[in-house]
Design a protein around this ligand. Structure first.
Ligand code: SF4
Ligand code: SF4
Length: 266
């Protein structure tokens, strides 16, 4: 049921992206750069700010549930794109994000700040080439890497939006804010590896469950591992995340007070 709802949400996001050119404005990194140099606060910069804010409470759920690119990734996985094997470092997306953020900052300084807000900026002008890139750009940056390198490669290595949400999640954890996460009960695990084989982000979920270390910057909270687990050893949880790597469920028993009015021991 969870995966059906998720697929409907992804399909809706993808359909909107294809049918409404204006929808591109809310995700385009190029429009935000051009707008910054003209001192215009555009729709995509506001969207990125909104996603960073939401990630404080929902982590990378946008990636798993609402991103049009994720809908294409899901199709690639279903069509046979193979998993990314081995432990990998996905630092390149932080470089992409850093470069993009630096250019936006230079643009804002160059324009001496924002002078207006224009949510429709970027719709005027252009031509067949731009229309083609808007409509099919997502396919070009997602599909070839998925089949040549591995499933969800673009999300791991290239996505400039993912770091924003990863920073938001880390900030949330440090601040002790309640947030959506995947929690595990290692005692229930049957070591069947189903969760690891199903995870679209190629995480070794079984290892994480058994180690009680469910925190991962790459988890997009898609819930695949939860849907396939035969012993309900993993589940969604909402609450403050622990500062360390451990995110186990059930939580350790609370310490009992040894003295005081309301804590008379039998
Ligand atoms: S760990 Fe579970 S929720 Fe996170 S990306 Fe993998 S399958 Fe999805
Ligand atoms: S699917 Fe469930 S039981 Fe199987 S390895 Fe993963 S957590 Fe353990």
């Amino acid at each position: 049921m969870t995966q059906t709802i998720r697929k409907i949400a992804l399909f809706a996001a993808f359909t909107l992206f294809q049918l409404l050119p204006a929808f591109h404005l809310f995700l385009s990194p190029v429009v935000s750069v051009v707008g910054a140099f003209r001192g215009i606060l555009v729709a995509s910069l506001l969207t990125y700010g909104f996603l960073a804010l939401v990630s404080l409470f929902l982590g990378r759920a946008f990636c798993g549930w609402f991103c049009p690119g994720a809908a294409v990734q899901e199709c690639c996985t279903n069509l046979g794109a193979r998993r990314l094997e081995g432990k990998r470092k996905y630092w390149s997306k932080y470089v992409v994000f850093g470069l993009w953020a630096a250019v936006v900052l230079i643009g804002v300084l160059h324009a001496r700040g924002f002078h207006q807000v224009d949510l429709r900026f970027g719709t005027a002008g252009g031509g067949a080439t731009r229309s083609f890139l808007f409509r099919y750009g997502a396919f070009l940056i997602v599909v070839p890497p998925a089949f040549l390198i591995g499933s969800w490669t673009t999300c791991h290595y290239l996505c400039w939006i993912a770091p924003l949400m990863i920073f938001g999640s880390r900030l949330s954890r440090r601040a002790g804010l309640p947030s959506l996460r995947v929690a595990a009960d290692p005692g229930k695990c049957r070591r069947c590896t189903l969760c690891s084989r199903t995870c679209p982000m190629s995480l070794n979920v079984q290892e994480m469950v058994l180690a009680g270390a469910m925190r991962s910057d790459e988890c997009i909270l898609c819930g695949h591992c939860i849907s396939v687990c035969p012993s309900r050893a993993v589940r969604f949880a909402f609450g403050p995340r622990l500062a360390g790597p451990r995110s186990t469920w059930p939580p350790p028993p609370a310490k009992r007070r040894s003295s005081g009015w309301n804590s008379v021991q039998p």
